[in-house]
Structures are given as C-alpha cells and as structure tokens.
Design a protein around this ligand. Structure first.
Ligand code: ZN
Ligand code: ZN
Length: 164
C-alpha cells in the first residue's frame, strides 16, 4: 500500500482505481437518482479532475442515467463506483469504494430535496457492532465461517486477485 496514491475498487476486486491526489469535496447526495444508483438513502462521493484518476485493474461498466451523467459500477459484483458528467472533466467515486474511506468526512449534503424527513434523527439510533443483535440466528461459529471465507477484496492494491 502506498500513501501517496488514493486507491479503491469494487467489492470483488475486478475493478481497482487510483487518484494521484486526494479526492476532494466529499459530500452526501440525497437526490433520487443517487439513491437509486447506490440502492440507499444517499450516495457518498468524493472526486477530482479526470486527469488525476485512472483505472488500474479491469474496467468500470457504465449506465448513462441522463444526457450528461454517467454512473459507473463493477459488472461482476455490482458495486457502485463512479459518477461523472460528460460535459465536465471531473470524476467522483463512491466514498465507500475508497480504501481509506474513513478519511473522507462529508462537508455538505446535496440533493436535499430528496432527503428522508427523518434523516437527521438516525445518528442517534442505538449502535451495536456486527453480531450483537441476533437477527439471522447468528452464532460465533457462523461469524468465524464468514470471516474465514470472506472474498471481499482487501483495502489495498493486490498483485494477484483472487488469491487462489
Ligand atoms: Zn467487482
Ligand atoms: Zn445525486
């Protein structure tokens, strides 16, 4: 892992990318199109000039969601990866796809017209680590099995993937 490149990729590892500078303007977009792209209440994005971005493994598949906007994803695992306009040389990636995602604290909400009315209340909900609430009949053995068989690409570049 290098500290000078800002790398990321999809869950399965078929697509990897890097920025030569730290992506800027981290934000949460609540517009309905971003909600639909990521299948969530909002999309979280940070980006940079397209000159600072390159794909280092595989390729990003695209859905042209309007005349000017492109939504990028991994064709193999479906991870939402990118968002950009054809008319503007900037590319944003989904913050969750960045290896060092926790270093991107959002600085604003956009698409506020689509914000769920209860949005500001969810930060105060009870918070428990994975496995504490027994929703799916979880057991320690099951979590060990899941951990041992985890096929998610690690949060750093890899020479070979999948490893086996
Ligand atoms: Zn993938
Ligand atoms: Zn949006």
């Amino acid at each position: 892992m290098t500290d000078t490149k800002w790398t990321g990729g999809c869950q399965c590892g078929a697509v990897r990318y890097e920025f030569s500078v730290k992506p800027d303007n981290p934000c949460l977009c609540h517009c309905r199109m971003c909600q639909k792209q990521v299948g969530n209440f909002f999309g979280a994005y940070a980006g940079s000039h397209t000159d600072n971005f390159r794909v280092t493994r595989g390729e990003i598949a695209h859905f042209r969601s309007s005349a000017d906007a492109i939504r990028g994803f991994c064709r193999d695992c479906g991870t939402p990866l990118a968002y950009y306009f054809l008319s503007h040389p900037r590319l944003d990636v989904t913050i969750g796809s960045l290896d060092r995602h926790a270093e991107f604290k959002p600085i604003r909400h956009i698409g506020a017209e689509g914000m769920a009315p209860w949005w500001r209340e969810v930060a105060d909900l009870p918070a428990m680590p994975t496995g504490v609430v027994d929703t799916y009949g979880d057991t320690d053995e099951r979590f060990e099995m899941i951990k041992a068989s985890n096929r998610q690409h690690p949060d750093h570049d890899s020479d070979h993937w999948p490893p086996m």
